[in-house]
Design a binder for this molecule. Sequence first.
Ligand code: DHB
Length: 393
Amino acid sequence: MKRRQILKALALSTVLALPGVPSAVAQESVKVGLIVPLTGPFATTGRQVEAGAKLYMATHGDEAGGKTIELIVRDDAATAEQTRRIAQELVTRERVNVIAGFGHTPLAMASAPIATQGKVPMIVMAAGTSVITEKSPFIVRSSFTLPQVTVPLAEWAAKNNLKKVVTLVADYAPGLDAEKAFTETFTKAGGEIVESIRVPLANPDFAPFLQRVRDAKPDAVFSFVPSGVGSALMKQFDDRGLADAGIRLIATGDVTDDDLLNGMGKAALGTITTHHYSADHDSPENKDFVKAFEAANNGMRPNFMGVGGYDGMHLIYEALKKTGGDTSGQAMVDAMKGLQWTSVRGPVSIDPETRDIVQTVYFREVKEKDGQLWNVEFDKVEAVKDPVKAATN
Ligand code: DHB
């Protein structure tokens, strides 16, 4: 080495060794605050979203747009006041650049004003009520909307000779979205809704509601309950003998959630659902994803929440690449608008108008393969936008 080079190297090493002095080579980090329920009755949702986000980082590295990505995970126990408090704390004290997660609609709604005030992108990885993305211009959604997956099912029901249907939904915003989308589409196609039943969100006892369904003698029940609750519905549907009485169960894929499906047993067989992700989806991307997800999480099968977390991180990484590491909220959200990629669920894009995800909706039937239950896709509708906003735009 020449003397000049030696001196330069020495000077640099001195700077690097000084505590508190930022090194010339160390990258600035981008902090992502992930707020999800990790305790309480909806802990499965948080576990999935967190596992999805962490798998994305493990497989894509922790760097994008020249910045190091740092994930800060917080548990809100699915309580809106906690979500809001944590979001506030992360934005003002921890100075996170992005907030993400949001396991249920009320949790996302409570945090939207904080994204707006703090001008930070808010990635909704789980919640599915249509109106959420309208609550802040900084919200971008990687999950889905209930009307998006429900409308195709209502059309399918009308075409498949189901004339009378009872709707049975969880009594909160996404349930009401699903009920409305199903009712409007099904009645327009000539079907009849004989009863609309709403069940409590937390720990519902389905027995009295299912007795009402039995008495109404419909051809089918259409149901939405959030991820984690489907097993209880399936068990009581079976215990009450509704299938034996000739009543079918059709549902959004939240009910036959991949994480819990194997535990539902044979009662779930034959259930027709519509959704945007099945762990059984036949693509090379998904096969690799399921294998890696199970390997990293003690055999836990990924569900649509896991994919929401995985794709939500993809949005953040791609935005940083596009902005060249500019973390200003507006620049990042603008970079996310119009992004298109091949997700493990199939082709997706972010609608630049609504910041919602545009995706394929699949028709699936629960079947047994190699001793396990799967949501087996048998048909699809491509490039489905959230129909609520598509109608008003
Ligand atoms: C919501 C929560 C869920 O667990 C789900 O499966 C769908 C929607 C929600 O609260 O928006």
